[in-house]
Ligand binder design. Structure first.
Ligand SMILES: NC(=O)C1=CN([C@@H]2O[C@H](COP(=O)(O)OP(=O)(O)OC[C@H]3O[C@@H](n4cnc5c(N)ncnc54)[C@H](O)[C@@H]3O)[C@@H](O)[C@H]2O)[C@H](O)CC1
Ligand SMILES: [K+]
Length: 517
């Protein structure tokens, strides 16, 4: 039972995949009308439960019915609400309806549910149900329909979307011309990719999956093993925590991380990255910084071994001290605050056969060297760009539309794991698998928060050097959850990077419910 719920909640599909899964169900004998009845009945019950919680049981309901089966779902919902005593009215912007949708419309009319224009509906209802389009949207919304969508958005009514906010592209999350802004989206059966794409974030409102019992066998038959897209659930993230620690552990068994960060100009970066790493529970932490930063770091991170490096005349790391025993590190994380002229440092690190994270100026220097430098790497490389850094590294790939395809392409091009930061951070692996973080907070859009992630990820990677794809999912989820908790306690304005580091342990203690792990 629990197993099914966990598995379903981590699957992410495209429109094409959803249609193929649905077709298998129909081919096996499930009548289309029966499935619609089941799905829409579940949604109607969830809506009524939600309105009870919100104190909206006497709300007047306006239902927007589109031409396809999304409209059919909306009609079943409208009928159920009407039968339960809700005051319901329907608007149908397009005359032509698919046969099943037409049949539900006919029955709805026979029950006396009023059919009105949008102009009449809007002033007379409190809540709107959006059943205009679902995953069948095939072209931009235009003309009179576009005007109606804008009227809906301007009406400020509470909108509950069925499957997706109408006008949102199911795979990319793009607004196709115009889209309805939902307050609540009930995604049907499996998570559609749009629910985890940045482009749709402002249109989705609160999102909820309505599991209607799709057989796991049908999902597996369609998705197979390769090119899968996963939502990073709490369970997936917790599975990557290096807990429980072995009872007979010692510090060198919990990984040794080398951070390479900081410069005279960005001295604080080294501290924030170090504090992020500290929260990971890493056994040993070494931090290579320009020599003059050592006195600054020791009081902040007394447990760390500080490696003072020769400096450039601008106070950046010029080179690593010689000799440096690279073999003792299980992971290296480089970039925060190192400055733009650190190409020799990056070139050296690329030769080291140890899992390597590059972030911030580590990425900008890599862009100057060229991503072809990654080809010869014998250990995993993890790149953690924001959209600007991503564009410098991959000028041919647009990171702002379909972020799933963007990270997949970048990862396959370089052989590196590529994490594209955003409201819904996307992580691509060279196998084609993509991982998406479902929840975050704009409070994290702030200088230094990425440094904390780099440290945290480095610390986890040092403990899981053979499982970089697990470490990066856990770090991404953990960092975002710490931001959410910090924003709850301190308001979104109080989530500076330093305080964020203090919430990393708290979030594990509170949210992971790890018991005695
Ligand atoms: N996933 C499932 O197993 C179930 C899904 N259900 C619901 O069905 C829709 C998908 O239904 P479909 O009929 O394929 O598509 P839509 O309702 O989204 O609309 C298609 C309809 O609209 C026309 N159209 C497309 N784009 C435009 C446009 N820009 N302007 C005008 N008209 C457009 C197109 O020609 C079609 O006629 C899914 O989202 C669920 O809500 C089932 O009810 C249950 C099982
Ligand atoms: K919809």
């Amino acid at each position: 039972m629990i197993d099914r719920r966990n598995q379903i909640s981590e699957v992410v599909v495209t429109a094409e995949e959803m249609r193929a899964i649905e077709n298998r169900i129909f081919a096996a004998g499930m009548p289309v009308a029966a499935l619609m009845e089941k799905v829409a009945g579940l949604v109607a019950r969830r809506m009524m439960a939600e309105w009870e919680t919100l104190g909206l049981t006497s709300a007047k309901i306006g239902v927007i019915v589109g031409p396809g089966h999304n409209g059919g779902d909306a009609l079943v919902i409208a009928r159920e609400l009407h039968c339960q005593g809700y005051q319901v009215a329907i608007t149908q912007p397009l005359a032509k309806l698919k046969a099943l949708t037409q049949s539900h419309a006919q029955y709805g009319k026979s029950l006396g549910i009023p059919w009105v224009s949008l102009g009449e509906l809007l002033p007379s209802c409190d809540i709107l149900i959006d059943g205009l389009f679902g995953f069948g949207l095939e072209r931009p919304i235009s003309g009179d329909l576009a005007e109606q969508v804008e009227q809906i958005n301007q009406s400020q009514k509470r909108v509950f979307s069925v499957d997706l906010p109408s006008g949102i592209h199911t795979d990319t999350g793009e607004v196709l011309g115009h889209a309805i802004r939902a307050d609540y989206t009930f995604c049907l059966g499996l998570w559609k990719a749009a629910c985890l794409q940045d482009g749709a974030v402002e249109y989705l409102g609160k999102v909820e999956l309505v599991d209607f019992g799709i057989p796991l066998g049908d999902i597996e038959a369609v998705l197979g093993e390769s090119c899968r897209c996963y939502r990073i659930t709490r369970e997936r993230a917790i599975a990557g925590l290096p807990l429980p620690r072995p009872l007979l552990s010692h510090k060198y068994k919990a990984g040794h991380l080398l951070l390479v960060c900081g410069s005279e100009e960005y001295a604080g970066s080294a501290i924030l990255t170090g504090l992020g790493a500290r929260a990971s529970g890493v056994g040993m932490l070494s931090i290579a910084v320009p020599g003059s930063l050592k006195p600054l770091l020791v009081p902040q991170l007394p447990e760390a071994l500080i490696i003072p490096c020769p400096e450039t005349d601008r106070g950046a790391i010029a080179e690593f001290p010689d000799p440096l025993d690279w073999d003792k590190y299980q992971a290296i994380a480089c970039g925060p605050g190192i400055g733009r002229s650190a190409e020799p440092i990056i070139s050296t690190l690329l030769q080291v056969p140890t899992p390597l994270i590059l972030d911030a100026d580590g990425l900008n220097n890599l862009a100057s060297l060229g991503i072809s430098q990654l080809k010869g790497r014998s250990a995993p490389t993890l790149l953690t760009p924001h959209a600007g850094e991503f564009k410098r590294l991959f000028p041919q790939i647009n990171p702002n539309v379909d972020r799933i395809q963007a990270v997949r392409a970048a990862s396959q091009q370089t052989g590196a794991i590529v994490l594209l930061k955003g409201a819904r951070t996307a992580i691509g692996s060279p196998t084609g698998t993509v991982y998406l973080n479902p929840e975050s907070t704009p409070a994290l859009a702030r200088g230094g928060s990425g440094d904390v992630l780099t440290g945290l990820l480095g610390g986890l990677l040092a403990q899981l050097p053979k499982a970089p794809e697990i470490a990066i999912q856990t770090a991404t989820w953990w960092h975002a959850q710490a931001g959410i908790l910090a924003a709850q306690h301190r308001t979104p304005l109080g989530v500076d990077a330093f305080h964020l580091t203090e919430y990393l342990s708290q979030v594990i203690a509170l949210r992971a419910v790890i018991g005695n792990r």
